[in-house]
Write a protein that binds this ligand. Structure first.
Ligand SMILES: Nc1ncnc2c1ncn2[C@@H]1O[C@H](COP(=O)(O)OP(=O)(O)OP(=O)(O)O)[C@@H](O)[C@H]1O
Length: 273
């Protein structure tokens, strides 16, 4: 169940120092205003969602936050510090981890070794350029890896290889690898794409359980029910801008959101019936 958000201001805050702050962030590709002036704040220990129709700018916003694409304008602050000059590879050392739309596990490494990669990125502040074999410590499970495996309920899978796991379990390994980095902010880009309802519910429950310790999570997801079940606060985008924000149940009822995203989706669904 989602937790209602109370006493928030326009930026979605409730008086706690933000982990991440965006001030008037824009990313333009020539004449395409993929992200066009977004300001928001994310607090520790909360789960935020971004919804919006295809092409509304969700992925570009994540790419801007993770420094994979440059900002046309605006400011990005982590724990109050500007990160415009921080290389993407150094963001792990600044407490930012992410998972991707597609599974990116290393096929010839066990679950333990895949998760160890995250722990090693944390240990050297994301500076390591070593290949996978340089990270391996056969048979040993570091405390960070053991903790990440426990938090993602992967005990018993440590010695398995990705190909031996279900798709849903592979995605949990990716989350474990990100958690092993010890992030304060975890970005999840469509973590339930391709999953069945049971697996989606597992990821939702996992995300809710991971809020302990102040972890802030930002979820990009097309599944509206997943958003409602998982997030404390949702931002709705259209054409690169925020068109609504607030508690998930309120945002999905917002007329602008219905028109831009949900209405279209429901119409497509109805047309397909
Ligand atoms: N590298 C790029 N060069 C030019 N245009 C781009 C580039 N990346 C994204 N765009 C454009 O920016 C807009 C936003 O795209 P983006 O992928 O961020 O949307 P999205 O909300 O993540 O979509 P989806 O839900 O389909 O993943 C789109 O019009 C897209 O075509």
């Amino acid at each position: 169940m989602s937790t209602p958000v109370v006493q928030t201001d326009d930026a979605g805050t409730a008086g706690t120092a933000p982990v991440l702050e965006l001030r008037d962030v824009a990313v333009h590709f020539g004449g395409v205003k993929a992200v066009d002036g977004i300001s928001l704040q994310l607090e520790p220990g909360r789960i935020y969602g971004i919804i919006g129709p295809n092409g509304s700018g969700k992925s570009t916003l994540i790419a801007g936050i993770t420094r994979l694409t440059g900002l046309t304008r605006g400011e990005l602050l982590l724990d109050g510090q500007p990160v415009h000059d921080v290389a993407p590879s150094r963001l792990a050392g600044r407490g930012v981890a992410r998972t991707f739309q597609t599974v990116r596990l290393l096929a010839d490494l066990t679950v333990r070794a895949n998760v160890q990669i995250g722990a090693d990125a944390r240990a050297d502040g994301g500076r390591s350029r070593r290949g996978p074999t340089g990270w391996l410590r056969p048979g040993a499970t570091s405390p960070a890896v053991a903790d990440a495996i426990a938090r993602t309920r992967l005990e018993g899978f440590e010695d398995h290889y990705p190909a031996e796991l279900s798709y849903g379990t592979q995605r949990r390994v990716e989350i474990a690898r990100a958690i092993a980095m010890g992030p304060r902010l975890l970005l999840l880009d469509e973590p339930t794409a391709g999953m069945n309802q049971t697996e989606r519910a597992e990821i939702s429950a996992l995300m809710r359980s991971m809020r302990t310790g102040g972890l802030c999570q930002l979820l990009v997801e097309h599944d509206v029910q997943m958003m409602i079940d998982t997030c404390d606060y949702v931002f709705a985008m259209n054409s690169g801008r925020l068109i609504a924000q607030g508690a998930p149940a309120e945002v999905v009822r917002d007329p602008a959101v219905q028109e831009a995203y949900l209405g279209r989706k429901w119409r497509e669904h109805a047309d397909g019936d």
